[in-house]
Design a protein around this ligand. Structure first.
Ligand code: NAP
Length: 261
């Protein structure tokens, strides 16, 4: 994809999918703002990996879920862009109690956890879009990273799943609102992907079960998601808005047929 002369902000780009998305957009030619919450070393690693590959990037810190989060991010973004407009916003940063598989069940979820998940996964992306609207070029792109949990019931992650449902409604609604400016807004819905957010994939039995649940028979890789985002960010995706791309190797498509005999 040709992103030369373009700019992009990727939230949560210090690690995982966000890092892969930032690296891919930079490799395609964009100047990338690498947002992070707490892990400055990891964000600097993303920036230096981009620079070593010949790309351009800068890091921006803003912890979501605290007062002034979006204002802090906007200030760092504006400084780093040095007067340039923003072409692509990728709302990727998210949190959830996913380290152990049942931490977010209805029996164990606390109001505080719920508020934190919604502050980071829903409120921050919405008000970030609002804040960057004056910077966002007509014909630009907003890409929101949801989760298969928004489509498939995952009782162990109820607040996280609900937050991704809200993000998808936001995405569709914004597609209608920003269409007159030629801005497309789409959702990418990954399935289980090898990153730090889901420690439960370290359990070989869980890993085997999740792999078997996909038509393509494996866990996703961050680059699988980055490539889908790069397409949506490109000119080639100009006619796609309000859509959802299932980037999950064909997760739970239906009963698996057993070979005869
Ligand atoms: N991995 C999966 O299996 C999977 C599946 C479906 C959907 N997703 C979605 O894919 C996206 C990326 O997930 P991932 O697996 O790559 O996650 P990850 O490896 O845990 O990385 C999360 C990123 O979000 C940032 N972040 C987290 N909480 C934050 C906060 N309060 N304020 C600011 N930044 C914050 C982190 O910044 P710091 O490094 O500074 O903490 C980090 O850069 C998320 O939207 C997630 O819901 C993931």
């Amino acid at each position: 994809m040709d992103m030369n002369g373009r700019t992009a902000l990727v939230t949560g780009a210090s690690r995982g999918m966000g890092r892969a998305i930032a690296r891919r957009l930079a490799a395609d030619g964009a100047l990338v703002a690498v947002h992070y919450g707490r892990d400055g070393d990891a964000a600097r690693d993303t920036v230096s990996a981009i620079e070593k590959a010949g790309g351009e990037a800068f890091a921006v810190r803003a912890e979501f879920g605290v007062d002034g989060d979006v204002d802090t991010l906007l200030a760092g973004l504006t400084e780093g862009l040095r007067g340039r407009a923003l072409d692509v916003l990728v709302n990727n940063a998210a949190c959830g109690d996913l380290d152990t598989l049942f931490a977010g069940s209805v029996e164990r979820l606390t109001p505080r956890q719920f508020d934190e998940v919604f502050a980071v996964n829903v409120k921050a992306p919405l008000f970030l879009v609002q804040a960057v609207l004056p910077l966002l070029r007509d014909g630009g792109r907003v890409i929101n990273i949801s989760s298969a949990a928004a489509r498939i019931a995952v009782p162990s992650q109820i607040a996280y799943a609900m937050s991704k449902g809200a993000l998808e409604v936001m995405s569709r609604t914004l597609a209608g609102a920003l269409g007159p400016r030629g801005i497309t807004v789409n959702t990418v819905r990954p399935g289980a992907t090898d990153t730090g957010i889901n420690g439960f994939l370290d359990d070989p039995a869980v890993r085997a079960g999740m792999s078997a649940a996909t038509a393509l028979g494996r866990i996703g890789r961050p680059a699988d998601i980055a490539d889908a985002v790069a397409f949506l960010a490109s000119d080639e995706a100009r006619w796609i808005t309000g859509g959802v791309i299932e980037a999950n190797g064909g997760l739970w498509l239906g009963p698996q047929e057993q070979p005869p005999g």
